[in-house]
Design a binder for this molecule. Structure first.
Ligand SMILES: Cc1cc2nc3c(=O)[nH]c(=O)nc-3n(C[C@H](O)[C@H](O)[C@H](O)COP(=O)(O)O)c2cc1C
Length: 318
């Protein structure tokens, strides 16, 4: 049997905390017989998404949805398509992952959405499209992932949006996150190396990925292996949005709502099975969005008097 492939991507400084943590987990994966690859995002020229929506329009027409920007994103794209598991790490900058991390997530956005790609493949085959005109077949492989964020602050609340935002890397491709770790108090370059507790935890992360990759069955492969259960039973994060409708709250990562209650003085949220199943981390949640966009969104050319309506804004205040 060919070796499973584990990819590590760091958005941190060269040879600094995030990189050392990812590499520690990768070394463990390699020790367990997997093939590993490491990418430092800072070494690549990745441009911002221009919002041209060529990917969305292409996919809705049954084409590959390839991005039109010519830069180094193809290196990340190819490594992601090839891998069976990905370990992604970003420092926390101003409470959230870095700008480059977000740039890469935007470039993975609709263009790599597994529901958009599945529907595009069906439509493409129907209209007789050649394999090279269809979305990459490797898009449909089940992948797992682990997330790491590192903050320099001494208090966890300076990393507030970091971990929930790290899921942005995995949502569109449908990568199932099986472990995550948030570390704070690491301002200096070398803070983490030699920190036994953190290094040991990264060894466990590597082992969790390696163990998962041995599983044939998708339920076992994608099983949660992290330490913390979190308030949301799907993404295991602790963030909630208040919906101002009775006791309803929403998980901002999964987009699912539940009923908040105090049980023995502790906050609990009951998410129904139906809600859990429509999390955007799952195919059903992504398909819900694909259907909404393909049937209800206002596409280009649908406002007949657009030119007239836009006239007063042209050049205003520039
Ligand atoms: C622009 C900038 C903003 C930062 N904002 C935060 C922050 O909001 N919270 C925090 O905990 N650390 C913050 N930090 C500290 C970094 O998260 C910390 O230095 C981390 O170790 C960097 O990861 P690295 O060593 O892998 O590069 C910030 C650092 C920079 C450069």
């Amino acid at each position: 049997m060919s070796k499973k492939k584990v990819l590590g991507i760091s958005f941190g400084r060269k040879m600094s905390n995030t990189e050392v943590m990812i590499k520690t987990a990768l070394m463990e994966c390699e020790k367990a017989g997997n093939e590993v690859k490491f990418i430092r995002a800072d070494d690549l020229n990745i441009q911002d998404c221009t919002g041209c929506i060529a990917c969305v329009v292409g996919l809705l027409q049954g084409a590959s949805g390839k991005c039109v920007i010519k830069d180094d994103m193809h290196i990340i794209d190819e490594a992601l398509m090839e891998c069976d598991a990905v370990i992604v790490g970003s420092p926390t900058y101003v409470l959230a992952p870095t700008g480059r991390f977000k740039t890469v997530c935007d470039r993975l956005g609709p263009s790599h959405d597994v529901a958009f790609r599945t529907e595009a493949k069906k439509a493409g085959i129907e209209r007789g499209g050649k394999p090279e005109q269809l979305p990459d077949e490797r898009s449909f492989k089940k992948r797992i992932g682990a997330l790491i964020t590192v903050g320099g602050a001494m208090t966890q609340n300076w990393l507030s949006f970091a971990m929930p935002s790290m899921y942005e890397f995995t949502i569109s491709m449908g990568t199932s996150v099986v472990d995550k770790y948030e570390y704070f108090g690491a301002m200096a370059h070398e803070h983490v190396v030699g920190n036994k507790e953190v290094m040991d935890r990264m060894v466990v992360m590597g082992q969790n990925i390696a163990e998962a990759l041995k599983c044939e069955d998708d339920t076992e492969l994608t099983k949660w292996r992290g330490n913390d259960e979190g308030i949301c039973p799907v993404c295991h994060c602790d963030m909630l949005t208040v919906l101002h409708k009775e006791n309803k709250v929403e998980c901002p990562v999964c987009g699912i709502s539940g009923d908040l209650a105090l049980v023995d003085g502790k906050i609990k949220v009951n998410f129904s099975e139906a809600e859990k199943n429509r999390s955007r981390l799952f195919y059903a949640g992504k398909l819900e969005h694909q259907v909404e966009i393909s049937t209800k969104a206002v596409g280009p050319g649908q406002i007949p008097n657009k030119k007239e309506l836009l006239e007063k804004y042209l050049g205003y205040g520039e």
